[in-house]
Design a protein around this ligand. Structure first.
Ligand SMILES: Cc1cc2nc3c(=O)[nH]c(=O)nc-3n(C[C@H](O)[C@H](O)[C@H](O)COP(=O)(O)OP(=O)(O)OC[C@H]3O[C@@H](n4cnc5c(N)ncnc54)[C@H](O)[C@@H]3O)c2cc1C
Length: 327
């Protein structure tokens, strides 16, 4: 591992100055569960790590029936898993984090860090292999060991986004509050994540000098049901082969509101808008859920070794929607 400076400021303003001063060469350090492995693999070479865990007031869960949910960026995933208010009003969040990583990791890992974690693609993570996302010419996963790769939104990067929390927050239409030295801005989750492109080989649009302060989730109107289902290649401690976050509200037997977001299928958390359009206004039935799943996956282009993700995603979407309709 290369050497770096380490600072541990007590105020957000100090962090912002440090992040700006290094011209993109400083990195916030939260739980470190993703950042430190990236440093060890020499995939990140910041000159300075800015510990943000010592900042007061950036960890915490607040709920208000009219304002909704506030999650401080430093809130550990374990706190979401345990929160009674989240289990009651936003079960999708508690379910998503409960199947993420391990209890030890969930105690360290934070909300902000989870959203900003990098790809788990083995070509990206292996320092000896070239990959487009880290500056190479092409994506080797596309014609290589593609079993964990994307089936949607692929190209030029074909890796699959690893976060379980992100699709759950996407389905809840959350937004993040971020700040740099010039001020604060709010970014909706669909805008925070953007498919990697030549001029931005990253999964988010966050600038290097911006600090995530919090995630805000709008209030869930009465009758809102939500869930997160995840398929893994073993029972625990694995990234999603496919994850499905679903939010549903019914008016009698008709769908009044539907949001669906997937993990493990695209280089970024994937909102399945086409499925939502099929669902809203229609009467709930297994046939409807099958149509919604087909719509969600209509644009899918599996690679040589990940065709299995298609029936897996289809089954999870149908199962999640059927479970919510039956509640
Ligand atoms: C073995 C293993 C298994 C895992 N399994 C899963 C899984 O199943 N599901 C899942 O969702 N995740 C999984 N993870 C990923 C884990 O959840 C993330 O590593 C963790 O959430 C990152 O949070 P952190 O606080 O440790 O972030 P850090 O590692 O500290 O930071 C990650 C990145 O975010 C930046 N950052 C952090 N906080 C902020 C902020 N407030 N503002 C701006 N930038 C910030 C850092 O600079 C860094 O670039 C797994 C990780 C491991 C190691």
């Amino acid at each position: 591992m290369r050497s770096f400076d380490y600072v541990s400021p007590r105020r957000v303003e100090e962090v912002l100055v440090l992040l700006a001063a290094e011209d993109g060469q400083a990195r916030p350090l939260a739980g470190g569960t993703d950042l430190v492995p990236l440093l060890k693999a020499d995939l990140l070479r910041p000159q300075r790590l800015v510990n943000i865990k010592a900042l007061p007031d950036l960890a915490g869960i607040l709920y208000d029936a009219t304002l909704g949910l506030y999650l401080g960026a430093l809130t550990p995933l374990a706190a979401i898993e345990r929160s009674e208010v989240i289990k009651r009003h936003y079960p999708i969040l508690a379910e998503a984090v409960a199947v993420a990583a391990t209890p030890q990791l969930r105690n360290m890992a934070t909300v902000g860090g989870n959203l900003l974690q990098r790809s788990r693609c083995w070509y990206f993570r292996n320092p000896r292999l070239s990959c487009w996302l880290k500056g190479g010419d092409t994506c080797p996963l596309r014609d290589g060991e593609s079993q964990f790769g994307a089936i949607l939104g692929g190209g030029p990067c074909y890796s699959a986004h690893p976060s379980d929390l992100a699709p759950a927050l996407l389905a809840l239409e959350a937004e993040v509050t971020v700040r740099n030295r010039s001020g604060e801005r709010t970014i909706s989750l669909p805008d925070l994540f953007a498919l990697p492109a030549d001029d931005r080989r990253a999964e988010t649009i966050l600038a290097p000098d911006e600090l995530v302060l919090a995630v805000r989730v709008p209030p869930a109107p009465p009758g809102t049901r939500s869930t997160y289902l995840k398929a893994m290649d073993r029972k625990v401690w694995a990234f999603a082969l496919v994850g499905v976050g679903a939010v549903l509200r019914l008016d009698g037997r008709r769908v009044a509101h539907a949001r669906l977001a997937l993990s493990g299928v695209a280089p970024i958390p994937w909102r399945a808008r086409e499925a939502e359009e099929v669902l809203v206004g229609a009467e709930v039935s297994d046939a409807l859920f099958a149509r919604a799943a087909d719509a969600a996956l209509a644009a899918a282009e599996p690679l040589a070794r990940n065709g299995y993700k298609l029936p897996l995603a289809r089954a999870l979407i149908r199962r999640a929607l059927a479970a919510l309709a039956a509640e």
